[in-house]
Every structure is written in C-alpha cells, then in structure tokens.
Design a protein around this ligand. Structure first.
Ligand code: COA
Length: 115
C-alpha cells in the first residue's frame, strides 16, 4: 500500500550559487557518498540539485523535515537511485522508491513510500 508520495523541483543554478558562496553548505546538506558521486561529474550541480530535490521530496512524503544528512541518495551499479534512511525514527514505511531527472536548469525528484 502506498502511504506517502513527494515531489520536488529545483533550479540547478540556485544550488550552484549557494555552494559557491558557502562551502560548508555541502557538508551540512549532503553525505560524503553523495558528494563523492556528484563531484567528478561534468554537471556536478545537476546531480547535487537532484539529491537536494530527493531530500525535499522525501520530507513531503513523510510529512515532516528531518536533518538533511539523515536521508541519503545512493546509486545502484545500474545507475538507479535509492534512498537510505539514517534517522533512528520509524516513519512507518517498509519500502521506498525514488526517481530523479535533471537538465541544465532544473532537477527533480519523486519519492513513493510503501507499507
Ligand atoms: C536511466 C536513464 C533513463 C536516464 O535518463 P536521462 O534522460 O539520461 O537522464 P535524467 O536526467 O532523466 O536522469 C538521470 C537520473 O536517472 C537515474 N538513473 C540512472 N540510471 C537509472 C536506472 N537504470 N534506473 C532508474 N534510474 C536511473 C539517476 O538517478 C540519474 O541521476 P543521478 O546520476 O544524478 O543519480 C537512461 O540513462 C537509460 O535509459 N538508462 C538505461 C540503461 C542504460 O542505457 N544505461 C547506460 C548504458 S551505456
């Protein structure tokens, strides 16, 4: 049964501007793995923006905000993204689904939670 859904769209340039102005933002919002994944990519801000959107979409799906790094996006070897929850709290779902898409200007994410 689907118990939560969340979607978020974000301007890639907004993330780029915040990161360029404040490098600490990176470590506050993204996990080491998320940074390691995005940093070497040609369009790193697109990947970071998509991960930011995924966190926001997750917050919508659970109906509340948690610490940014308590929810993480990891990629399977196929490239498929999935969510890893680090928060101790039980949000009541047993399975999560994540889909990301990004272009030069916008990144978006959809999260579905099942029980
Ligand atoms: C997955 C795929 C649809 C991505 O589409 P795209 O238009 O190039 O890119 P989008 O911006 O819409 O999406 C990119 C996101 O798709 C997701 N993605 C990548 N591979 C995926 C897969 N196998 N399944 C689901 N999602 C996938 C990732 O989250 C990626 O963003 P990220 O790298 O920041 O995590 C496309 O790469 C594809 O058709 N893959 C099928 C397998 C394949 O052909 N692999 C490449 C072999 S050379």
């Amino acid at each position: 049964m689907i118990i939560g859904i969340g979607i978020d769209i974000l301007e890639v340039g907004r993330i780029q501007r915040v990161v360029e102005r404040n490098v600490r933002f990176l470590d506050r919002v993204f996990t080491e793995r998320e940074i390691q994944y995005s940093q070497p990519k040609k369009n790193k801000y697109q990947h970071l923006a998509a991960r930011f959107a995924a966190k926001e979409a997750f917050f919508k799906a659970i109906g509340k905000r948690i610490a940014w790094t308590d929810i993480e996006v990891v990629n399977e070897t196929s490239g498929q993204p999935r969510l890893v929850v680090h928060a101790k709290e039980d949000f009541g779902f047993t399975r999560s689904h994540l889909s990301l898409s990004h272009l030069a200007e916008y990144a978006l994410a959809v999260v579905i939670l099942e029980k």
